[in-house]
Design a protein. Structure first.
Length: 531
């Protein structure tokens, strides 16, 4: 029996079947034989003898209606059906045990799988009922903690977050040392927006035996998010001490370096990162550490060291996302030539949409210095191919590039698209972009375009700003250039009567208009001319 069980647990199913067949034939009266038959049924199913295995399991189930072995045989058969996608069969098998079993022993396991089968069959109320039966009738059984967890998930999915939270809180009180319950409590607290509470629950789960470095890394990050840097430092320290050399420990050390930098301890931050870079050499985490080192150096103003870290990161990886990030970081550090060299190795079509958009915009902006046509192509490709990724910073860059290359119509097209997405939070930025286009048109004496744009700016602004005053002043000038002095005058009067920086200049324009009008009507003698 022991040889068969060990072989099964190590997935040597043929060996397991041989040992267990010998057990149940040569030692049929052994106390181990009943459990051996159940395990043999499972082993036979794993070796391709499905029908044989199921038949044996059914015999075990029927012969053990008075004990937990029968319940276990039913759950094994039901799990086989479940894994094949036959949820109705799984439900029928499990209900048969509940209705025909002569004991409740093992029924917590039956009910737990029954609930899972109901959920898979989209019978959510029945799933909840099965879980409540475990909590009500088997509160201390091995399946009870998982029943609490599953029920809290179902309640949240039904929109009953408060009930879900109460359920998992009850589980945490009844099963205080269960790490899975504490992990679920942490998830619920995080979903409710309580980052600190979630972090504390994760630390408690680790202390209860979760033994997962990701738990401590997530806890540290949640402490940071909540503004508790001291608790975050303690948690990251616990992580690096308990799980040295893991990817999570490296990420924890990176976070410790970032905390040190934010606290003004640049020397300690750099030492931590340099140590991490050495420890991460020739590991899967090397590239990520180098990128983090570059980010830290850039934040500390160490541009040359930052550029070197980004170059090293690009050298150690061929991953498109990593190369794109390294290229963009090199551009940000002012290393244009090195950034372009890395960018040539990037295949934008293999990037996520967010990275592809950012990379093409950055690469295009950098290329404007050397090949303006190519740079413009890249930026317009980003703008056209990834509409969901567009943002105002990119729009402003693209408009500036279009205007620098005398492409007013393209710049106006970008601005027009922004007018459809105005909100109180972004209106002033969109206003600034539109004014840039209008000013360009004004400088190039395209007064029709200038008038249309300045008028649009005036129509969208929610409050008086310096940009709005400038637009009003320039609109007056554009209308005057078109010969529409009657429309220009009230705009100039508005600017002249304000505290605008252009108030005095607007007053001079008004005086000029008055003088010009009097001269046309003969109120002012025309200056004498010679000849």
């Amino acid at each position: 029996f022991q040889a068969g069980r060990l072989a099964f647990e190590t997935e040597r199913y043929h060996d397991a079947a041989q040992h267990l067949e010998r057990l149940v034939t040569a030692h049929a009266g052994s106390p181990h034989a009943p459990e051996g038959r159940l395990l043999l049924g499972r082993a036979l199913a794993r070796t391709g003898r499905q029908a044989e295995g199921e038949a044996l399991l059914r015999r075990v189930a029927d012969a053990n209606v008075h004990n937990a072995l029968g319940a276990h045989a039913h759950t094994v058969l039901a799990r086989m059906a479940f894994d094949e996608g036959d949820y109705d069969k799984a439900i029928a098998l499990l209900r048969r045990r509940l209705e025909s079993g002569a004991t409740s022993e093992g029924n917590d396991e039956v009910l737990l799988l029954l609930s899972e089968s109901y959920r898979a069959a989209n019978q959510r109320q029945e799933a909840q009922d099965a879980l409540r039966d475990i909590i009500r009738f088997f509160p201390d059984a091995p399946a009870a903690p998982q029943a609490y967890i599953d029920l809290s998930e179902l309640l949240e999915q039904a929109g009953r977050r408060d009930d879900a939270l109460r359920m998992v809180l009850e589980a945490a009180q009844r099963h205080a040392g269960n790490p899975d319950v504490l992990l679920q409590y942490a998830r619920m607290r995080e979903r409710a927006g309580d980052s600190r509470g979630a972090a504390e629950a994760l630390v408690a789960a680790e202390e209860a035996g979760a033994a997962d470095p990701q738990v401590l890394l997530t806890a540290g990050n949640l402490f940071l998010h909540a503004g508790y840097s001291r608790e975050a430092e303690d948690t990251f320290g616990q992580l690096t001490a308990a799980f040295p050399g893991t990817p999570q420990a490296i990420a924890g050390n990176v976070a410790l370096a970032q905390i040190a930098a934010e606290q003004g301890e640049a020397g300690r931050a750099m030492q931590l990162m340099e140590d991490m870079a050495r420890l991460a050499q020739n590991t899967p985490q090397e590239t990520e550490v180098l990128l983090a080192l570059g980010d830290l150096c850039q934040g500390l103003g160490l541009q040359q060291r930052a550029a070197q870290a980004y170059r090293d990161a690009a050298t150690t990886s061929s991953e498109p996302e990593v190369l794109a990030r390294a290229a963009m970081a090199l551009y940000s550090a002012g290393a244009w030539a090195e950034g372009n060299e890395v960018a040539r190795r990037v295949e934008p079509d293999r990037l996520t949409e967010a990275t592809a958009f950012a990379f093409l915009m950055e690469h295009g902006h950098a290329m404007l210095r050397a090949d303006s046509r190519r740079g413009m192509e890249l930026m317009e490709r980003a703008w056209g191919a990834y509409p969901e990724q567009r943002n105002l910073e990119a729009a402003e860059r693209l408009v500036d590039a279009c205007l620098a290359l005398d492409r007013l119509e393209a710049a106006i097209a970008v601005a027009e698209g922004l007018f459809e997405k105005i909100t109180p939070a972004n209106v002033e930025i969109i206003q600034r972009i539109a004014v840039s286009c209008a000013d360009y048109a004004m400088r190039h004496e395209d007064h029709d375009a200038a008038v249309a744009l300045y008028q649009r700016v005036l129509s969208i602004s929610p409050r008086e700003t310096e940009a709005l005053q400038w637009a009003r002043f320039q609109l007056a000038n554009a209308l005057h250039a078109q010969g529409h002095d009657a429309e220009s005058r009230p705009l100039l009067e508005s600017v002249a009567g304000s505290v605008s920086p252009w108030a005095s200049e607007a007053q001079l324009r008004l005086d000029y208009l008055d003088l010009h009008q009097r001269m046309r009507h003969g109120d002012v003698p025309m200056p004498a001319t010679e000849g």
